[in-house]
Design a protein around this ligand. Structure first.
Ligand code: FES
Length: 160
């Protein structure tokens, strides 16, 4: 049993108050929690379930449908590179290699300090602006090896 985290509970209470308790507001609440904490923990599921009167199974169903909702704490910044065909043809491979070299990890892994994780994702709807990636919920398009290094540097600066 996870203990109740006061910050988490207060944050979810504010988010639910902002959007309302209707089922249609589940995704915005999940997105808020994901952005604030980097993932939606089991404790968050319990609080959302309690406050919105939605079963944990249903919350899990919605959370697992959307790849930008994390259900585990993989890293502060989860980088998801689009692997679908338009981005592939636009130079996804160069971005993939640049990210792996810069972070010293392969896709599917997290850095030792837990700050970055690399994953693949499916089409994000930016096919005419590929290669595209998400860092947590922030979209980046028209990536080049140089611009992706700038993105990583920016996040490293944020951490310090
Ligand atoms: S194929 Fe990459 S965003 Fe659509």
């Amino acid at each position: 049993m996870e203990c109740r985290d006061g910050n988490l509970v207060a944050f979810i209470e504010r988010s639910v108050a902002k959007y309302g308790t209707g089922r249609e507001n589940l995704l915005p609440v999940l997105r808020d929690v994901n952005e604030e904490f980097g993932y939606v923990s089991g404790a968050a599921f319990i609080e959302i379930s309690r406050l919105m009167d939605i079963s944990i199974g249903e919350i899990h169903g919605v959370a697992s449908f959307y790849s930008f909702i994390n259900e585990e704490n993989k890293g502060n910044y989860i980088i998801r590179l689009c692997k679908t065909i338009s981005c592939d043809m636009a130079g996804k491979d160069k971005i993939e290699k640049t990210l792996e070299r810069e972070l010293g990890i392969k896709f599917g892994e997290s850095t030792k300090d837990g700050l970055f994780a690399l994953e693949y994702a499916n089409c994000m709807g930016l096919c005419d602006k590929g290669p595209a990636m998400l860092v947590n919920s922030q979209l980046y398009d028209s990536l080049t090896p140089e611009s992706v290094l700038d993105v990583i540097s920016e996040y490293r600066r944020n951490i310090r």
